[in-house]
Design a protein around this ligand. Sequence first.
Ligand code: GLP
Length: 261
Amino acid sequence: MEVVILPGEEQIAAVGADIIAQHVAARPAAVLGLATGSSPLRVYEQLGRRIAAGDLTLSGCSAVLLDEYLGLPTGHREAYRQVIEREFVERVDIDSTRVHGPDGSASDVVVACAEYEEQIRAAGGVDVQLLGIGGNGHIAFNEPGASLAGRTQARMLTEQTRRDNARFFGDDIDAVPRHCLTQGIGTIREARHLLLIALGSAKAEAVQQLVEGPVSALWPASALQLHPHVTVLLDDAAASRLELREHYLASAEHRLAGQRY
Ligand code: GLP
């Protein structure tokens, strides 16, 4: 795991976009794993700017989402497929029909989850997966207690996550769905490169557990310690509780020439 502490969101977005561009340069048909939430937004904006400037194209890529609410009416503004359409697809030059997410309107969720796993497999697996992190250490919608080897499945959200996400539903927690479909941690861990972004002091404890804590279902993101290629991009506030903070800063300062993320 490489922990990179950067001064602010713009620098984080630049490194995040560099990493995605590096994957696309290596494989123009790269499969991008997308995350919703506010943390990756600036990366999506950066990618859009690079494409507009003619420095990058995602036209050969496909993309898969981490998770989806269950039971929102089709086309609901806050359904993650819609959010990704607004925040990502409309900014870049990817073909919208090659962007896939779990089917939150499925009548048989077990079948929908199995089909989604198959879709990811058929695409050749995810080359680079963007991730945010919840204040309670969730990744995608794998809340504390989730299996660290789980596959795509239906899950129930915690009160805390529903409260956190109520801001997208007119501050009405009752409007936030109680259930979701999410890639399991086992599914996420099959992506070849994981790129996690955390911003702000509300993430500091979860980040400390992710990077330095014991691997534990209490902090699902800690399972990323078992993945061979993880890059964690943090602002100062999100990094503030890391015990080895000085070491991570020094490692970033003394990166080897040409060292890749
Ligand atoms: C939601 C998403 C997660 C995301 C988390 C953090 O619960 N399902 O994938 O990482 O929110 O969001 P934010 O980046 O807005 O803090």
